[in-house]
Design a protein around this ligand. Structure first.
Ligand SMILES: [Zn+2]
Length: 120
């Protein structure tokens, strides 16, 4: 077991469930963002056309991020059930509660996370 208290675990589990729901709703709402941008030459100048394309790129990147986070949340929730939640996937050390509060879906401790980010 992790050193998380029962209450801390409950708090984190509720956070995860909350995030799961809101992400699922977000993804449902944004279903059409990956459709091609309507390039209305009449209505849009060159600059706003570029804007529109950039906005769409951002929307797609956002969506990819959201989908990735959702997967992480679902994995975290499964770990909660298996009593295996709150450990770093890389080094197996317990992830501090303070970090989990900010990013309950994380599966890496800060050290491994920054090592990972430096690699990519
Ligand atoms: Zn680690």
């Amino acid at each position: 077991m992790n050193e998380l208290s029962e209450q801390q675990q409950t708090t984190l589990r509720l956070k995860l469930l909350e995030q799961e729901t809101s992400l699922q709703n977000l993804l449902k709402e944004n279903k059409d963002t990956s459709k091609p941008v309507q390039l209305d030459q009449q209505a849009l100048g060159r600059v706003s056309r570029i804007d529109a394309i950039q906005q769409q790129k951002m929307a797609i990147a956002n969506r990819t991020n959201q989908e990735f986070t959702l997967v992480q949340i679902m994995q975290a929730l499964r770990k909660v059930q298996e009593d295996d939640y709150g450990y770093c996937q890389e080094c197996n050390m317990p992830i501090p509660y303070k970090r989990l509060l900010i990013r309950p879906e994380t599966n890496l401790c800060i050290q491994c996370q920054s090592a990972y980010e430096n690699k990519t």
